[in-house]
Design a protein around this ligand. Sequence first.
Ligand code: MSP
Length: 502
Amino acid sequence: MGRYFYTTPIYYVNDVPHMGHAYTTLNGDALARWRRLHGDEVFYLTGTDEHGLKVQRAAEQNGLSPQEQADRTSKRFREAWDLLDIAYDDFIRTTEPRHHTAVQTLLERCYENGYVYKDTYQGAYCVSCEAYYAEADLIDGNCPIHGFPVEQMSEDNYFFRLSAFRDRLLEWFEDVPDNITPERYRNEARALVRGGLEDLSITRTSLQWGIPVPWDSKHVFYVWYDALTNYATAAGYGTDEDRFATWWPAVRHLLGKDIIRFHCVYWPAMLMAAGVEPMPRFHVHGWLLVSGAKMAKTSVVQIAPRDLADSIGVDGLRYSVLRDNPFGPDSDFSYEALVQRCNSDLANGLGNLLQRVTTIVARSDGSVGTAPDPGSPLAATAASAYEATAAAWARVQPSVALEETWRLVRETNEYLQDRQPWKLEAGAELDTVLGDALEALRIVAVLAHPAIPRSCAEVWRRIGLDGDPAQARLPEAARWGQYPAGRTVTLGDPLFPRVAVD
Ligand code: MSP
């Protein structure tokens, strides 16, 4: 049995949840569900990043206190994740007492180890990034990420001796060849380290909305120092050392490519400075870029998950996002593509398969399902679909995993097309074909559970099985031949109604 601690970035509460946030969170949820199906111990963490200038300014604009702004928006994130059936195990808020304790503990360890000192800082600051930039990194005097003008700031700050970690970070890259996946982002992070590291100012006096430095209350922590520590907080750092020792070695951070520098350079250095081992693993993804007529004038950050779920269903959204936007590269995101994917794979694919099979069984006496043929040609398809699906999840490639699972859906539909059970008289041949199709549906319901949990539970119920595919255990559950004869099969409305592109 393995142990997996998956995390998403914690989202800023100056903004409401959008499809960019949903993308990371859905991928994490699916990965966590896939591991749970193997009986692994899983801890899936998400949450909100509630301190800093950006949040303080958003609160001012909305006429709220920063805490009120954080409370309202954090709730919106939880509502969005509930709507999308995100089964997180913990939702961390950086305003919680456990997090204050962890941040202060981490700082104290870095301080004791000689990696924190006080100095004056002057530089160009981007409020959207919540980061200082060297003049050389600016583009026409603007932030290289956001393109907005930066602000000149000068402060007496505590500094983190990041420059001391260049060699140790490079060693870590040498020692752990898959510390960051995919490779292109690993190369990017390594180039940042090779390029040289300047010490990092980690406290602010110009800001009130943050966690106070324990021995110097004029200072609050820089929001990134505070935010990155959330992953350790949730594992018990500073509050429950046994728990931390259990979960920390299993940590895997999911993040977008925009925050590589903070996660893959600063955070490992902070952990090294505090004496925390081992280093996390990182899985980085690209950006969703909007194309297509319906969304042409918007960006992903303007699309609320709820709006899409209302038109294509929660599972339609979950499936098409995971299937069509491979984890790693940037990818096009369009309403037309989402609808097309739902119609082809869900309505015409899985939905049609379920409808065909349950309709024919419902015509038989007592609506009773039959057992599969151990020598069915679909047995080999199911075995290879599971192998390929599992390999893809292990490589953090949900889109490939679903493509492989859907090979079983497609081949089962083709098998029915070939055997034409709707033309067969009652008898052994019909029983075999139906038993095979029911068994394929059972296996698909398990393999597709991480992407479309609600629909898989409904497939399970309609083919007469007890419980929920979430309780199935892989790899045993993928073995051909387990659908039991004698279960009552239920016919219902199409599982995935076709969606019209309007
Ligand atoms: N609060 C920081 C993260 C701190 S983690 C210790 C932050 N928050 S954020 O609200 O801006 O969310 C950033 C994350 O949202 C990105 O890393 C990425 O995971 C996701 N996305 C935001 N826009 C995105 C797209 N357009 N496409 C894909 N994901 C993007 O940064």
